[in-house]
Structures are given as C-alpha cells and as structure tokens.
Design a protein around this ligand. Structure first.
Ligand code: GDP
Ligand code: MG
Length: 735
C-alpha cells in the first residue's frame, strides 16, 4: 500500500538544516514563500520504499516565541498544517542550546524525531554523545547523522516512518516551571478547556503557557475570540507575575526559560556527554576567538579581513565583468549593423541592451562578493564581526544583529541593499528591524560605487583612497545617526536583549558555498533582469519622446545640406585617393558630428525627461544641479547604475561624437559648470537620496506596507537634498 505523509524539518540556524534537506530531497524540491509573508518556504519529497514523505523546511529559529516573523511562521505552520512528525535537527556540539527549541516542540505536543547532526565535528572537538541514553531521557527517537556525507539519514527516515505509523495524538509533555507557574498553568488550562477558548487550533496547556509568557500574537487572537475570557486569563497572569516579581524579582517569561534550560541541564547531567579531552583544555574555536575577538587585535583583523574581501571581489571580478561588458557591446554592435534605422533600433540598443546590460554586467562582481561573504558566513566569522560592532551599535539604538544588514547593503562598499534589507528578517525586535532596513540603503552599494569612483577620479584625484574611505565611514555614521533619530521618534521603544550566538568555526564546504552564492546571485539576476528591463525602456522613451518638431528638425537638415554642398566629392574617410581628400573628408565628418550632436542635445532637452529636468532646476539649483544631472538623478531612482549611463548619454549627446566611456570623465573635468564643491554636493545627494526602485519594493514588502516604501523615498530624498544644499552653499562661499 502506498503511504504519504508530511513532516517538518526544524532546528536552529546553522544546525545543518539546508544540508540535510538537500541530502534528503536532492533535486525534488521547490522554493516559495509562506502565504502572506516573505519568509522563504522550501518543500521537497523523500521516498522510502512505498512511502512518500513530503518535507517542509521550516525557517531556522532558536525558539518558538513570537519575537520574529520566522518564529511565528514556524509555529503557525506546525499548528495549522499539523505535520505528522517534526524532524528536529540538532548540532551535537551545542546540545544544550539546540535542545531549547526541542523543549518547545514538547510543549506543543507534536511527535519529534531528533537528528543528532555533525557528530563528526563534535568528535573532532572531543565530544561524544550517548544517543541511546539521550533518547531514553527525552522519550523520543534520536538518530546520529552526518548531514554533510549522508551518514545516518536513511535510518533517520526509517525511524520517522515508524513513528508516523503509530498515528499518535498530539499530547504535550509537561515540563515543570516551578510551583507558582505550574499551579497557575493548571488553573488557566481548566478555564480554557471549559470555555473551549482557542482550543480549535491550539492545545489548552500551550495557550495557558503562552499567556504566561506574555505572547502578543496569542493574546491578540484570544482577545478577538473572546475578550472577557482573555481579560480573565490576563488578570490571573498579572497576579502571578506580581507575585514572582515580589518574591524572586523575576517574570514568568524568564522563569519559564530558566526551567526549560534547567530541564535540559538535568538531562545532560545523566552522563550523556563525555569529553575525551581535558576539561580545561580550550576548544579550537575558543582559542581562535581569543585572538579574533580580542579587544585590540579583533577590530584590526576585522578591518584587514573586510579589506581583503573588498580587494578580492574587485580585483578578481574585473576580468569577467569586462568580458561580459564586451559581450553586450558586441550584441549592441550586431544590432546596430543589422537593424534598420528608427525608433525600434534605438529602443533595442539604448533601451534594452545598454540598460539591462549595464546591470547584468555586474553579475560577476555580485557573485564574487556573495562568494566571499559566504565564506565569512559559513566559517562563522561574520558572527564575530557582529559581536565586535555590537557595542557601537547599541549607542545608536540598534544592536549587533543589524551589522550584517549594513555590510550586505554595501557597508564595506559594493553590496546591494536588496539582500541587506532581506537580511533584517533575522532581527527579533520589529522596531529595530524597521530602523535597520530603512537605513541600510544609505550604504555604498555596488551600483553607487562606480558613480562615486567616477566623481572622485575627476575632482579629488590626488586623494582617491582617502575620499573613498571618507565616504564609507560617512555612510555608516549617517545610517547610524538616522537610525538613532528613528529609534527616538517614530520607532521608539526599548531595545531587545540580544543574545550573541557564537557558532564554532568550521571549514566551509565548496558545495555549501556554491549553493549559498548561487541562491543569492540568482535572486539578483531575476530582480535586475525583470524590473530593470521595464524601467530602462521607460527611461529611454522619456529621453526620446516627443521628438523634435518638424521646423526644428529642418534647421539641422539645412545645416547638414550646407556641409554636404561644401564637400561634394568626399564621401568618406576611406576614400583614400589622395591626402587632401582624406583631410577634407575628416573635416566634413567632424562638422556633421557637431551638427548631429547639437541636434541630439536639442532633442534631449525637448524630450519629456529633458523638460522635467529643466523644470526641476528651479529647486535643484540650490544644490548646484543642472538639468542633465536632474535627469540622471531621476533615472537613478530606477537603479543607481542608471545615473552613470544617463549622465553619460546626456553629455555625450552634446559632444562631438567621441567615444562615450572616456569622454564623460573628460567632459566633466573640462566643463566650467563643474567644480569640486558641486561634485561633492552631487555625490552626497547620490549617496543618501531615495533608494532604488527594487529596494523600495523590497522595503515595502519586508515592512508589510507601501507606506514605509513611500516614507523611505521622501525621507531620504529630503535629507539628502538638505545635506547637498548645505554643502553646496557653504562650499560656494569658500571656493
Ligand atoms: P542551516 O543554517 O541550518 O541551513 O545550516 P547549513 O546546512 O547551511 O549548514 C551550516 C554549516 O554546517 C555548513 O557549513 C555545513 O557544511 C556544515 N554542516 C552541515 N552538516 C554537517 C555535518 O554533518 N558535519 C559537519 N562537519 N558540518 C556540517
Ligand atoms: Mg541554511
């Protein structure tokens, strides 16, 4: 007979969930989102003889409280989808911490099979676990595995199938939380059972426990279901809470957590863990940490590591980036030769190939960066970076868990705010999370970087490195200061206690690195490819339509005819019959180019984008921006890369048809309208104004409302503009 059932794979972050999931499901998996939220949902299938097991990979969490979206998603899934079994994956080297989550599955009453993972790594550290005894005391199957090699996974699934066949009812295994809480729990449970309060979805004792833990999600649901009963329960909790505070200076939540750890400690003392090595011998990880997180050496090494990553990314991606750019150039050239003149050709070349190509050209750089970061992440080093910056972040109303978001967004220069904003999902406090995701876009992402590099190269060429360093530090300072501002106004609230997890150092595996890198890179390609293509076409249209009116066009035609008349015979430079003719042909081409350039420039100014840019000069001139800059800055909202290409197009259209790339820098340097003060003002504006379109979408999605996306556009732009005006006005006095 064919059997089919569903299991959930759950465990702490870094316990090897992804590795096990991939080992079990191979290619039979797909990724989506949990309904209504942005937390990723992975599903796959495992077959054992005639049994088909659907595996859902729950988000990695340390507990099942309602502190973070992941935790809520995980427990909602368990409660509402009722998987037959939880396969709880546990890092054998960190039993105590990992079992904390297990106790919460017990509370929920769902049948558990424990996958005791990384027994190889534990063994290396001299740790042996008596899995049979552990299974005996916990009362659930425990199967030692090495997810990385697949060792034990078959037995794990066999145990799972065996347990599933028992068709057990959910029955919470009560843990004692001390007399006060236990007796309250009993009272509450009675009340809940009697009134069928929330019992349709949740076990009664569990609801009681959540009320004691002051779990906002459940309390809100309770209030909705029956405000009177909810109030009664809250009242009862209030009493025990006050009592605990008076007698023990603690709260029910803390008491519950203490007893969960106590329960675990109690079990672990039954000779379950044995250390092969000396007790006071330091584990390798701890010894490495002595150096890497040393008060003085630590930050120094951190700077070196980050600088190394930065160098690695930029140096090694240079060649593939230029190859890819060459490819797109080639594509442009072919299109140029094969397509007939007209709007379609212009659309395909300027709108599509150049627009999307400019962004896709960054793929190798993005990939290298993610690869480097994956090494730091998988090895456990990034956790140390967060650890070291924690103290500084606290001053600004955030904590160490925000550090990753900043780094990913370009805190080291050359990241992307999209993964940065998404990385805030791991933050527990919603307000700290909001403050982080709203300020992460102030970092110097990979798209702003070439723009910054260009301006520094032209106007501050004698101190390039210093200016780059200055802009990097400044962006951290600005982001943290504004985060502080947000945290003391619209996002005010207590800071959450942040327990820093320092996972042991590990050698990353190539497979793990490749998967992590590719997942992120593919997201970038998908996002960039679809959205940027649309925007790029839109901008092209705005810079093209409406075309010059016939009367204007005629003037240029007349000028061209005059040139043709003056040089009747010389058709082209290739006409090499004599030297005079070569010189004359060159002269003719030069004159024609001047006319064509002037025509394009007039057309650009006449186009929709040109008119908007010109109209904006009324305001933007306070910060020193002219109409061309305005167009580029508007384009930059679509994607910051667009600033460079739009500026390039806008300027080269008016020039004498030289090569575009080299001429933008030269044009800016030679243009009397530009000077270092204006450049600084533009640069500051670019660094801090509205995030790009994709980021805004991402912010809205992560924050759960379009209002926050709109907020970030307005807030950032206003701030950036005031900063630019200030610098320009003051600078102009001095300069
Ligand atoms: P997740 O965060 O729970 O998804 O964890 P991952 O699957 O990404 O694994 C975290 C790290 O542990 C990766 O570097 C894995 O290669 C490593 N890892 C996973 N399983 C094992 C194992 O059985 N033994 C060892 N030594 N390392 C493992
Ligand atoms: Mg993972």
């Amino acid at each position: 007979m064919n059997v089919e059932f569903k299991i959930a794979l759950a465990g702490n972050p870094n316990s090897g969930k992804t590795t096990l999931f991939n080992a079990l499901t191979g290619s039979r998996q797909h990724v989506g989102n949990y309904p209504g939220v942005t937390v990723e949902k992975k599903e796959g299938v495992y077959r054992l003889d005639k049994t088909k097991i659907d595996i859902v990979d729950l988000p990695g969490t340390y507990s099942l409280t309602a502190y973070s979206e992941e935790e809520v998603v995980a427990r909602d899934f368990l409660v509402f989808e009722k998987p037959r079994i939880i396969v709880n994956i546990i890092d054998a080297a960190n039993l105590e911490r990992n079992l904390y989550l297990t106790t919460q599955f017990f509370e929920l009453g769902i049948p558990v099979v424990i996958a005791l993972n990384m027994i190889d790594a534990a063994r290396d550290r001299g740790i042996e676990i008596n899995d049979e005894r552990l299974s005996e005391y916990l009362g659930v199957p425990v199967v030692p595995i090495i997810a990385r090699t697949g060792y034990g996974t078959k037995r794990l699934m066999e145990e799972t199938v065996r347990l599933a066949a028992k068709q057990e009812e959910w029955k919470s295994k009560p843990i004692s939380y001390g007399e006060d809480i236990d007796s309250t729990l009993l009272d509450l449970k009675e009340k809940i059972l009697h009134t069928h309060f929330l019992t349709e979805s949740y076990p009664p004792r569990w609801v009681a426990l959540k009320y004691l833990e002051n779990d906002q999600q459940i309390i809100e649901k309770g209030r909705k279901e029956n405000p009177d009963i909810s109030a009664e329960l809250e009242q009862r909790v209030e009493v025990v809470s006050r009592h605990l505070h008076e007698t023990m200076a603690t709260y029910p939540e803390a008491m519950v957590a203490d007893h969960r750890y106590g329960y675990i400690k109690g079990i672990l003392q039954k000779g379950i863990i044995s250390h092969k090595y000396d007790k006071d011998r330091l584990y390798t990880s701890d010894r490495i940490d002595k150096v890497l997180t040393n008060r003085f050496l630590g930050p120094l090494i951190m700077c070196l590591v980050l600088f190394g990553l930065y160098t690695f990314t930029f140096n090694y991606s240079e060649l593939p980036v230029s190859l890819l750019e060459g490819l797109f150039d080639q594509l442009s050239r072919i299109a140029n030769q094969t397509l007939p003149e007209g709007y379609l050709k212009s659309l395909i070349i300027s709108g599509m190939i150049d627009g999307v190509g400019g962004v896709l050209g960054f793929v190798p750089l993005i990939m290298f960066m993610f690869f480097g970061i994956a090494i730091l992440e998988d090895s456990g080093y990034l956790a140390r970076v967060a650890f070291m910056l924690d103290r500084i972040f606290r001053i600004f109303g955030l904590n160490g868990s925000s550090v990753m978001a900043y780094i990913l967004s370009g805190g080291i220069a050359g990241g992307c705010a999209v993964p940065g904003v998404m990385a805030t999902r791991t933050l527990r406090s919603p307000k700290e999370r909001m403050a982080t995701l709203l300020t992460a876009p102030f970092m110097n992402c990979g798209a702003k970087l070439p723009v910054i590099a260009l301006f520094i190269g032209v106007f501050f060429r004698d101190h390039k490195a210093q200016y780059m360093f200055f802009f990097t530090i400044l962006s951290w300072f600005v982001a943290l200061t504004l985060a502080k501002l947000l945290r003391s106004t619209v996002l005010s609230g207590e800071s959450t206690p942040f327990v820093l997890e320092l996972p042991p150092y590990r050698f990353p595996t190539l497979k793990g690195l490749v998967i992590h890198t590719w997942e992120k890179t593919w997201q970038y390609i998908k996002k960039a490819g679809t959205v940027i293509l649309g925007i790029s076409i839109l901008i092209w249209a705005m810079m093209t339509y409406p075309g010059l009116p016939a009367a204007e066009k005629e003037k240029f035609d007349l000028q061209r005819q005059k040139v043709e008349a003056a040089y009747p015979l010389q058709t082209s430079v290739e006409d090499t019959t004599n030297t005079i003719s070569i010189e004359k042909a060159a002269e003719k081409n030069r004159q024609l180019a001047v006319i064509n350039g002037a025509e394009s420039k007039t057309a650009l100014r006449y186009s929709l984008a040109g008119r908007v840019g010109t109209a904006l000069e009324h305001i933007s001139s306070f910060a020193g921006f002219d109409w061309r800059t305005n167009i580029a800055l508007i384009g930059g909202v679509a994607a910051k890369e667009v600033i460079l290409s739009t500026l390039g197009t806008a300027y080269s259209l008016g020039s004498e048809g030289q090569e575009k790339d080299s001429s933008l820098a030269e044009t800016l340097a030679a243009d009397p309208n530009w000077n270092p003060v204006k450049a600084m003002s533009v640069l500051l504006f670019i660094s801090y104004y509205a995030p790009c379109f994709v980021t805004v979408i991402c912010i809205s999605r992560e924050a759960g409302s379009w209002k926050w996306g709109a907020f970030s556009i307005v807030f950032n732009t206003v701030f950036a503009f005031f900063l630019a005006v200030l610098v320009y006005q003051l600078g102009s006095l001095v300069y």
